[in-house]
Structure formats: structure tokens, C-alpha cells
Ligand binder design. Structure first.
Ligand code: ADP
Length: 355
């Protein structure tokens, strides 16, 4: 399974968007306070939770480090959170690294050779490990051994070092990019999916209570509809709503407060932002619904083709606003309707009414 563009997101473009699924600014820090620490606190994904629960219970009963786990799915859906929960539930420490942070096989060898028994090694973006590190990881995962090179040049030799049993948790937004020998070394693959509105609503209620923000049910509902199925976006929007509540001295936050606060950031009722609307508007207005080629489209909205393709389109396609065809992009009836138009209307309404 591959998630279009999820990994190619240009941080520069993404950081300008409130609806980015990757962390922006100091979010890695503020994400921490909202992370659940036990499986029970992890909202939604019921099947996956049941699978993990069984997996953890069995490991605890057998009293051994469990098999290696792969977490696969788009950014912002809880892969890192689950890895931390697994370590916490097992009562073992967790070491965190990522594919791009490991530049040489030696970097990985030194992490592996310092692991304690039972420790969890979390490797984010595991599909971006350099090839040599990947090969070292195969052996370490299978045989709990790492070959350490001693000396240089023709006199160099490798000394096998036995490792304690540990658990690798790999996270990837591009499962399809993982070589099959690596994939085969994971005993369990957790597939994370976008969250339905009802689950996001619960997640938002939980986060609001952690932040001490009195949020009415309808307010949580309105936030969930704008969060693009993604907990990270839900939590970010919630923090902006909290700003609004603080500045306006609100005792409780209602649906209209959410609408007003997010309209300020130009996020509409379906979670579309200015760029999404610009894309739909260009297809509908300039090209009468399409088909229109990516380059023409990106020129119309003044964005790089890659940004339109990887940052904007996946959500528009997923939500049925846009179709990619061999001849170009087509706006669906839902897109026309969302802009307040019918296909034969000609001129669209004022789009500022959407926010
Ligand atoms: P990923 O590693 O998939 O990019 P994270 O695990 O970092 O995503 O999650 C992003 C944010 O969303 C974190 O603040 C986390 O607390 C929150 N989050 C994600 N999934 C859930 C969930 N199922 N329940 C509660 N909070 C969640």
C-alpha cells in the first residue's frame, strides 16, 4: 500500500498550511501533551487496538520481547503515539530515531549495540534508511547480531556482536517502498487509516479535556468535520480554537465559535483551505470543470505543480471533489456544489462566503 505524496511533502509549503498532516513549528513538543500513554486512551481504530492488545498480552505472558512491529499509514494518524504506547504497556524503555537521521550503517550499529534487553527501537520513516543500514538491520532483527568492522582497508575484519532481544517498531508512510526482505522481518503490521468523524469527535473531546477547554458537543462535531480524518490536524485546530476562547474570554466554546475561529484561518466546513479552494475554483471557473493538466492548473493557482499534486490533491480526491484522469483533473459535481454552482451556471459565487 502506498500513500500518494505523503512523504514528499515539502516542509516549506506545508508549514504554511493549517491543514498540514505533518508537524509544523514546535508541534513535536506540543503534540507530546496530547499523546495518550496507554492503549485504552488511544481513540478509534478498534480492530487495530484489539490486534495490538492480543499481541501485547501474549508477549507479557511469554515474558519475551514481542515480534517487530511495522506501523503503516499516512502522517498524523498515530504511528509514533502507538509505538510509545507499546513500550509503555510493556514497561520497557524506547529509543527513537528515524531513517533520514541515520546516514551511515555505523550510526545504526552503534544504536543497536547499546540497546538494553527488551528495549523498543522506534525507527520513524524507516523506508528512508540508507541501503547499507537496511542490510545491517535485517541481520539484527532476525539473528540479534550486528557485525562490527574493526580496522580499515585490506586488514579490516568483522567481529560479530550478539545483541539482547529487542523490538523494532518501524513507521512508514510508504509501505510500498520497503524492500520485501525488510517487510518480512516484521511479525505484525499495523495499518492506520483516516478516522471517521465520530472517532475524531471523541479524540477532540479528550484533547479538549487535557487542555482544560470547555467544548460543547456541537463544537467538537464542527471541529471533527474540518480535521481531514487526521488527529494531528484535529489537535492543531483545537489549539487555535483555544486561542480564540482565551482572547474572547469564553466560559464554554460552541459550534459558532469554532466556525468563526477557523474561518479566520480560511478553513471551510469540509476542512478545505485557501489552496484547495483555489484549485477547485480554477478547474471550475477557468476550465469549466476540466479536464485540465497539472501544469496549467498549478500556473493558475500560482503554486508548484508538486505542491498541488502532493499536498493538495490527495485530500480533494479522497473526499470526492476531484478526479485524476489521463487527460487531466476533473472537478466533480460535489466540487461544483461546494462552490455554490451548477455545471451550467457559468460564473461562481464569491468564494469568500465559504470560509
Ligand atoms: P504519526 O506518527 O502517525 O505522524 P503521531 O503519533 O505523532 O502521528 O500523532 C499526531 C498527534 O495526534 C499526537 O499529538 C497524538 O497525540 C495524536 N493522536 C494520534 N492518534 C491518536 C489517537 N488515536 N488517539 C488520541 N490521540 C491521537
Amino acid at each position: 500500500m502506498e500513500y500518494s505524496g505523503a512523504d514528499n511533502l515539502d516542509a516549506r509549503d506545508e508549514s504554511l498550511r493549517m491543514v498540514s498532516a505533518v508537524p509544523v513549528g514546535n508541534e513535536p513538543v506540543s503534540d507530546e501533551e496530547l499523546r495518550p500513554h496507554v492503549l485504552e486512551g488511544f481513540i478509534g481504530q478498534p480492530r487495530l487496538k484489539a490486534q495490538l492488545q492480543l499481541f501485547l498480552d501474549a508477549a507479557r505472558k511469554r515474558d519475551v520481547a514481542p515480534d517487530h512491529i511495522l506501523m503503516a499509514g499516512p502522517p498524523g494518524l498515530g504511528k509514533t503515539t502507538l509505538a510509545m504506547i507499546v513500550a509503555n504497556e510493556l514497561g520497557v524503555p524506547i529509543r527513537v530515531t528515524s531513517g533520514p537521521a541515520i546516514q551511515h550503517a555505523g550510526d545504526l550499529a552503534s544504536i543497536l549495540s547499546s540497546l538494553d534487553v527488551g528495549e523498543v527501537l522506534f525507527i520513524d520513516e524507516i523506508h528512508r534508511l540508507p541501503r547499507a543500514a537496511e542490510e545491517l538491520l535485517y541481520i539484527a532483527m532476525e539473528d540479534f547480531r550486528v557485525d562490527v568492522m574493526v580496522g580499515k582497508g585490506p586488514g579490516a575484519s568483522s567481529i560479530p556482536l550478539t545483541l539482547p532481544r529487542f523490538t523494532v517498531i518501524g513507521a512508514t508512510t510508504r509501505e510500498g517502498m520497503l524492500p520485501s526482505p525488510l517487510r518480512a522481518r516484521f511479525g505484525f503490521t499495523a495499518h492506520l487509516d483516516f478516522y471517521p468523524h465520530e472517532e475524531l469527535e471523541k479524540l477532540i473531546e479528550r484533547s479538549a479535556s487535557v487542555l482544560g477547554l470547555p467544548l460543547e458537543d456541537q463544537a467538537a462535531r464542527q471541529l471533527s468535520l474540518r480535521s481531514r480524518g487526521t488527529p494531528r490536524i484535529a489537535n492543531r485546530l483545537l489549539r487555535r480554537v483555544r486561542d480564540w476562547a482565551i482572547v474572547h474570554d469564553l466560559d464554554s466554546v460552541g459550534a459558532d465559535d469554532v466556525k468563526d475561529a477557523l474561518a479566520l484561518y480560511q478553513i471551510d466546513s469540509e476542512g478545505l483551505d485557501r489552496l484547495d479552494i483555489a484549485v477547485l475554483n480554477a478547474i471550475v471557473r477557468q476550465f469549466n470543470g476540466g479536464p485540465v493538466g497539472l501544469n496549467n492548473l498549478s500556473a493558475m493557482v500560482g503554486e508548484e505543480a508538486e505542491t498541488v499534486e502532493t499536498v493538495c490533491e490527495p485530500y480533494l480526491v479522497r473526499e470526492g471533489f476531484l478526479i485524476r484522469t489521463p487527460k487531466g483533473r476533473l472537478a466533480t459535481a460535489k466540487a461544483w456544489e461546494h462552490l455554490g454552482l451548477k455545471p451550467d451556471d457559468g460564473t461562481p459565487d464569491d468564494v469568500s462566503k465559504l470560509f
